[in-house]
Design a protein around this ligand. Structure first.
Ligand code: HSE
Length: 437
């Protein structure tokens, strides 16, 4: 039976998940693939030895040993971050190794360089675990939906942010308290600002959009707003509007240009994404042939992510065994057919809005604010005032009809400059429903 040898850089949480998966599924994978996939060399500069049952595996402190190991067919990078991960992947590719990574930050910033290097060396790049943890979202998009023009992507792609919003919704808990719990549970990125500020979600959306549309979309193309300014009162108002607030990744295909954005969103309770709670992820694709497809599952964690990394390793092993390396290009489109990103400016976006204005409760205040909305052609659907106090600021919440993002920006700048306004207005976009068939 042919043996495929795998090297691993980084025996951390996910690396341990991969090792355990390959160990536990060894016999099943042999039956499924007709080859033996053996994790034979690990590099981790923080470990002096490997724990059982992995103590027999060769351990190096220096990743360079793996690039120089001629027996390795596939090299898995699971250290995260930009450097030295980028250099390690490029060196592995230069050494003719197929590579697998879960590194969404790296791919959303340096993906173009890495994919070009891999194409030149005719090696494969697997990155299933970079989006949606254990959910086979990339394989679905590249292969299952290959016969579709992707019309839109909507997703909850960050377990930490969804955990925080779910807890705030269900328990009315304050933001900081829930974040501390998410960190204790190990969901958060090394820098939890990536989870909260929407950057981790943007990394993942850039990767999905590149595959969906055959365009080089990078992190800098994605408009990002996080959830740190949300308060329990916004969750309460969302409830009154029949919605749940979710941090959504949204991409819409307009043909010549695409929207790519991440922001808190009012999702109507009847929409499936409103029902995704806790640390779970869900991704909705709309294809012109298939219609809507929703994938749901664990977006983080040792074994779910280990399962996704193992799936890449197995895919590559199968391609090696069947002389089919390069059968499916990493971004679904062969490199020469990839196009540059053409991004719809956020200022062109039109959707209904939620605004929470913090202002003094005095005669004429509402008229001033409403006057500014009128000036910018922003039509109010409903307004609710929370609290009543002539000295302390109160919350005045507006739900609008469709309004242009550019006009909203101008109106809120004027409103926030009013002497009666005590804090910057919180704005949340409603999920556009009018595009639904
Ligand atoms: N911090 C990420 C999350 C881990 O919370 O979803 C998976 O990418």
């Amino acid at each position: 039976m042919k043996e495929i040898q795998v090297g691993l850089i980084g025996f951390g949480t996910v690396g341990g998940g991969l090792a355990q998966t390959l160990f536990e599924q060894d016999e099943r994978l042999q039956r499924k693939t007709g080859c033996r996939i053996r994790l034979s060399h690990i590099a981790d500069n923080k470990l002096a030895s490997l724990p059982p049952p992995f103590s027999h595996i060769r351990l190096s402190q220096d990743a360079t040993d793996l690039f120089a190991n001629p027996d390795l067919d596939i090299l898995v990078e699971l250290i995260g971050g930009l450097e030295p991960a980028r250099t390690f992947l490029l060196k592995a590719i230069a050494a003719g190794k197929h590579v697998v990574t879960a590194n969404k930050a790296l791919l959303s910033i340096h993906g173009r360089e890495i994919f070009a290097a891999a194409a030149a060396q005719q090696v494969e790049v697997g990155f299933e675990a970079s989006v949606g943890g254990g959910i086979p979202v990339i394989k679905t998009l590249k292969e299952g939906l290959v016969a579709n023009k992707i019309l839109h992507i909507r997703g909850i792609l960050n377990g930490t942010a969804n955990f925080i919003l779910s807890k705030m919704t269900e328990e009315g808990a304050p933001f900081a308290e829930v974040l501390a719990e998410a960190q204790r549970l190990g969901y958060a990125e090394a820098d939890p600002a990536y989870d909260i500020d929407g950057v981790d979600t943007a990394h993942k959306l850039a990767i999905l959009a590149s595959i969906a549309y055959g365009r080089h979309v990078c992190l800098g193309d994605v408009a990002v707003e996080g959830i740190s300014r949300l308060e329990p009162i916004d969750i309460e108002f969302a409830h009154q509007f029949g919605c749940r607030i979710k941090l959504l990744a949204i991409s819409v295909n307009h043909g010549e240009h695409i929207e790519v954005r991440v922001h808190p969103t009012m999702v109507p309770n009847g929409h499936m994404l409103a029902t995704i709670n806790g640390s779970f992820n869900a991704i909705e694709f709309r294809g012109d042939t298939v219609g809507d497809v929703l994938l749901y599952g664990r977006g983080a964690g040792q074994m779910p992510t280990g399962s996704a990394v193992a799936a890449d390793v197995v895919d590559i092993a199968r391609n090696i065994v069947h002389n089919a390396v390069g059968r499916v290009p990493p971004l679904a489109y062969p490199s020469p057919t990839m196009r540059p990103a053409a991004i719809t400016p956020m200022s062109h976006l039109v959707c209904p809005w939620y605004f929470r204005v913090t202002a003094l409760d005095q005669p004429g205040v509402l008229a001033q604010i409403a006057g500014i909305f009128g000036k910018y052609d922003i039509s109010i659907k409903s307004v609710i005032q929370h609290g009543r106090d002539s000295k302390e600021p109160v919350h005045i919440v507006f739900h609008t009809h469709n309004a242009l993002e550019e006009s909203v920006g101008k109106a809120l700048t004027e409103i926030d400059a009013l002497a009666v306004c005590a804090a910057p207005t919180v704005k949340i976009r409603f999920l556009e429903q009018e595009n639904r068939p």
